[in-house]
Design a protein around this ligand. Structure first.
Ligand code: FAD
Length: 421
């Protein structure tokens, strides 16, 4: 008997519940990935490039038997299943708004068996005693720990006999991924012990940089959770993975929050639409060096340090008074790790429109943030070459700023008064 494993955001064979389920159902399976034009169009080039690398590595793991087909999954998946005589298709559940709709449509045409999800705890599972969702992180976090998660599923490339087929197209050219397991072990042994104290410092490179691997499921968060050990660093890292689960949970309950304010009171907030200021922000030319360094890191690397993401987001919303979704869209176009739940809710957190948002009246000062989290100015000098000769933390002083922070802070608070009513 045959089945299909349809890979989406689970591009690995290790700790893979859907592969486990497929192996229990059938002796042979076809490994399928569908390049969906809708998703490709919505993804920026850096993210698609990274996806191609993930596919190449998965294909290597499967000894060249990954079948990649381009088209609408609602047509492709049932057709491929029929061609190999499979009556079922195995997937990891997708919690995002687009994926849920797509999967419902596929499930009308072929039996879709869901096992596992890209999260430690499947979105929707952690609820208050009365069954309603959490809106605040800390109680969610406690309930998430109480709920717990399964140990890693024992699977690998040889858990199933993969069908060799010529149904697919050539894999996109290029190189695969580095050895992700070795990267994790290096982080765990060298950086995790100090992660709690160093994670906020963009100059120190103290974080895992695993976000894109997690985004595509090259590694499952549960695999990492099982390998964290004890200590303050491990606890801090576990909390960050919980934020990832939390935002997926929030988006699951409120799919509309991908596009509009989670807290609808903010719909009354007066916003500007100054394209010129927006372009200056995108290009890293605001005159605030910490902001500009972040925006240029994004362009150069498809990644930005979390502290700086918070500062540039706050700047767009509270210094430039522009809609958070403009910034979120720019991020999604450029981030390698661009992820709808983490990105839109990271933005809503910064904008003060989200769940347990940083209160709106707390406005980041981009100069003070730079001086605190990049105390010697090394981060700024790395990404803003015209400031390379400015020594120490003097590098954080604004140069030809497009706005005056003190003034815009007052303006932001005045606008907020409208929301408060
Ligand atoms: P580490 O510090 O090593 O953290 C480990 C993992 O925990 C990360 O890989 C990530 O999966 C998760 N994580 C850490 N912080 C957060 C957080 N605040 N929210 C959710 N998950 C978190 N993260 C994305 O993965 N994709 C995005 O599109 C994204 N957009 C963001 C937009 C804004 C405005 C903000 C403020 C944050 C955003 N984040 C996003 C969260 C965070 O900035 C990144 O996950 C982190 O910088 C990735 O680097 P790392 O892997 O080295 O993180």
């Amino acid at each position: 008997s045959s089945t299909v494993v349809w890979f989406r955001r689970d591009l690995r064979t290790h700790d893979h519940p859907a592969i486990l389920a497929a192996g229990e159902r059938a002796s042979r399976a076809l490994a399928l990935f569908v390049l969906d034009p809708v998703l490709l169009k919505a993804s920026g080039r850096p993210r698609v490039g990274f996806l191609h690398r993930c596919l190449r590595s998965l294909d290597d793991e499967l000894d060249g038997r990954l079948v990649v087909v381009e088209g609408d999954p609602v047509d492709v998946v049932p057709r491929v299943a029929a061609e190999v005589g499979a009556s079922s298709v195995h997937v990891s559940a997708d919690a995002g708004p687009y994926g849920r709709g797509r999967d419902a449509a596929v499930a009308e045409r072929v039996e879709l068996v869901r096992a596992g999800s890209p999260y430690a705890v499947t979105p929707g599972r952690v609820t208050k005693a009365d069954g309603t969702p959490y809106r605040v992180f800390t109680p969610f976090y406690k309930a998430w720990l109480d709920h717990g998660w399964r140990p890693p599923a024992e699977t690998g490339a040889s858990s199933v006999d993969w069908i060799r087929s010529d149904l697919g197209r050539e894999l996109p050219a290029g190189e695969g991924l580095p050895d992700v397991r070795a990267l994790w072990e290096a982080f765990r042994d060298e950086k995790l012990p100090d992660y709690a104290t160093r994670r906020d410092r963009p100059d120190l490179d103290g974080t895992s940089r695993f976000s894109a691997f997690l985004k595509w499921g090259v590694v499952h968060p549960r695999t990492l959770l099982a390998d964290l050990g004890r200590g303050a660093g491990a606890a801090a890292f576990r909390t960050e993975l919980a934020w990832r689960d939390f935002y997926a949970d929030v988006l699951w309950h409120r799919p509309d929050s991908a596009r509009r304010n989670y807290n609808r009171a903010f719909d009354r907030m007066p916003l500007d639409d100054d394209r010129e200021r927006f372009e200056a922000w995108c290009a890293g030319r605001t005159g605030y060096p910490f902001v500009d360094a972040g925006m240029r890191q994004l362009r150069a690397e498809g990644w930005m340090h979390n502290r700086v993401r918070m500062v540039v987001a706050s700047f767009l919303v509270k210094d430039l008074h522009l809609p958070w979704w403009w910034g979120a869209r720019h991020f999604m176009r450029h981030l390698v790790d661009g992820d709808l739940a983490s990105n839109q809710h990271g933005w809503q957190w910064a904008a003060g429109t989200g769940t347990d948002a940083a209160p709106y009246f707390r406005v980041f000062n981009p100069v003070a943030q730079g001086e605190k989290f990049d105390p010697d100015g090394d981060y700024v000098r790395r990404y803003v070459p015209e400031l390379r000769d400015v020594p120490g933390k003097a590098v954080h002083q604004p140069r030809d700023p497009i706005v005056d922070h003190a003034h815009e802070r007052r303006e932001a608070l005045a606008r907020y008064a409208v929301v408060k009513g």
